[in-house]
Ligand binder design. Structure first.
Ligand SMILES: *[C@@H]1O[C@H](CO)[C@@H](O)[C@H](O)[C@H]1NC(C)=O
Ligand SMILES: *[C@@H]1O[C@H](CO)[C@@H](O)[C@H](O)[C@H]1NC(C)=O
Ligand SMILES: *[C@@H]1O[C@H](CO)[C@@H](O)[C@H](O)[C@H]1NC(C)=O
Ligand SMILES: *[C@@H]1O[C@H](CO)[C@@H](O)[C@H](O)[C@H]1NC(C)=O
Length: 441
């Protein structure tokens, strides 16, 4: 069965990685004399995170993709929309938004959002088990003892926290912002811009980033930075990504507007998994999303990412996303602009593209949605890259592959998504929202 082909390969790689992990650790110790204690600290954190990440990995990603589609179909059926009690000016057009957006009590019941994730990141709790922490100070001057009231102070706390903002604010990061586990960054009720450096999720789980603008992140040379209540240390340079996710799981990025960062807008690397990127708006950027940064990282076979209800808009060039290894459900997104290609990758990623709208640029050489990097047809013909229910406009085409040597990809393995012709509706509210207390958002 096609389903089995998809599932068994990553699992066997995973088992291999697990089996060799111990051996590799033994081979590299003792650590080189020039290793700082900080490298050891992060290696330990990564080793701990690996177990958490593997526990978040699902053995049947096709079933997970199918249940995502089923729920979208149900939540957007005409009958269900008619029955909705939340009619009037607020119309929530997809199942994530329908879970919270048209309720007037979003500000007093913020943590409801933690129940609303869908796709591979659906279990992401963020800071739901913790208190609300209100950021009152947009400054970021202290890396080792962050000032109370700042986003950095909230982000490094050891306990779960639901972080909100007192008013419209520009948070100017002086260095990468290292976010610890069990946090929600919830910008609803204010226009919050996070600029200047990247947000780093490294070896953590359960982080929600919601309703903020992230842009103009630039590289930094590094230095002493606190990453948690109990530890700070020397960090090497940061790239200037928007959000960089390393060896982490249960991450949900929703209703974020991102543009003009120096490196990628969102990087997901080092075996990160159980991730959903949804309802977001991406513009003015070259390398949009990188899922898997290295050919030498077979642990990336554990990556499972849902990319849904996003708008890939003006000024984008490529990588929406670019994938290695892993399983990627790219569903119900609106691709209105790209210069080179939309979805690409190498190293045998599984890419299930369903119910998207692809509007190709006028450039006759950029009509192809897909791009295989540095790989001959003889090899990539076996990669499972499928398009189903996608709308192709202005000459866009998706070059499918996979399954030829086994059974041909079977329609019946996949439940179709809501068709691409509904994408305008499903993504209508992508990006940050302007929510007012006491009113539907
Ligand atoms: C550690 O030292 C070796 C040998 O001098 C060098 O090649 C390597 O780049 C150093 N590593 C770091 C992280 O400085
Ligand atoms: C995050 O929260 C979960 C569930 O409450 C808990 O098991 C876990 O230890 C927390 N993680 C950290 C790093 O505090
Ligand atoms: C991530 O993977 C790359 C490539 O294998 C490796 O060089 C890097 O040290 C890893 N980083 C972390 C934080 O594990
Ligand atoms: C898809 O890729 C195959 C192999 O490279 C190629 O033969 C075929 O022409 C491509 N299809 C289109 C429509 O470009």
């Amino acid at each position: 069965m096609a389903g089995l082909i998809i599932i068994n390969r990553p699992l066997s790689i995973l088992l291999y990685v697990l089996a060799t992990a111990g051996a590799a650790a033994a081979a590299t110790s003792p650590t080189p004399a020039n290793a700082t204690s900080d490298e050891e600290y992060w290696a330990e954190r990564a080793a701990e995170a690996r177990a958490t990440n593997l526990a978040a990995y699902v053995s049947d990603p096709v079933a997970a993709a199918n249940s995502f589609n089923k729920e979208t179909l149900r939540a957007t059926s005409r009958r269900s929309l008619r029955r909705s009690k939340y009619q009037g000016p607020c119309v929530a057009t997809n199942p994530i938004d329908r879970c919270w957006r048209c309720r007037a009590d979003w500000a007093t019941n913020r943590k409801r959002l933690a129940r609303c994730a869908r796709g591979f990141g659906h279990s992401t709790a963020g800071g739901a088990a913790g208190k609300i922490y209100v950021v009152t100070d947009g400054s970021d001057d202290e890396m080792i003892i962050p000032k109370k009231g700042t986003l950095r102070y909230a982000a490094i706390q050891g306990r779960p926290l639901w972080i909100t903002f007192a008013r419209d604010m520009v948070v100017r990061l002086r260095q990468e912002l290292i976010v610890s586990a069990n946090k929600t960054i919830d910008g609803r009720g204010a226009q919050v811009h996070i600029v200047g450096a990247q947000i780093t999720l490294q070896s953590v789980s359960h982080v929600i980033i919601h309703n903020v603008h992230i842009h103009h992140s630039v590289p930094h040379s590094g230095g002493m930075i606190r990453d948690s209540k109990t530890h700070y240390g020397f960090r090497t340079a940061s790239d200037g990504d928007g959000i960089s996710v390393l060896s982490s799981s249960n991450v949900w990025i929703d209703h974020v507007s991102m543009y003009r960062c120096s490196d990628g807008l969102i990087d997901v690397v080092n075996g990160s998994t159980a991730i959903t990127v949804s309802n977001s708006h991406f513009t003015k950027h070259d390398h949009v999303m990188l899922f898997g940064a290295s050919n030498d990282n077979p642990q990336d076979a554990a990556m499972q990412v849902t990319v849904a209800f996003n708008h890939f808009g003006k000024g984008l060039v490529q990588r929406m996303p670019r994938c290695r290894y892993g399983f990627f459900h790219v569903v119900n997104n609106d691709y209105t602009h790209w210069q080179m290609y939309a979805i690409g990758g190498n190293n045998n990623p599984t890419i299930i593209s369903q119910g998207n709208r692809f509007i190709a640029p006028d450039d006759p050489n950029a009509k192809e949605v897909t791009k295989r990097e540095y790989t001959p047809y003889s090899e990539y013909k076996e990669w499972v890259w499928k398009s189903q229910g996608d709308v192709m406009m202005n000459g866009a085409f998706f070059n499918e592959s996979g399954g030829q040597n086994e059974r041909k990809y079977d329609q019946f393995d996949f439940i179709p998504a809501r068709h691409g012709s509904y994408v305008g509706q499903l993504t209508k509210f992508a990006g940050t929202l302007n929510c007012h207390v006491g009113k539907p958002c």
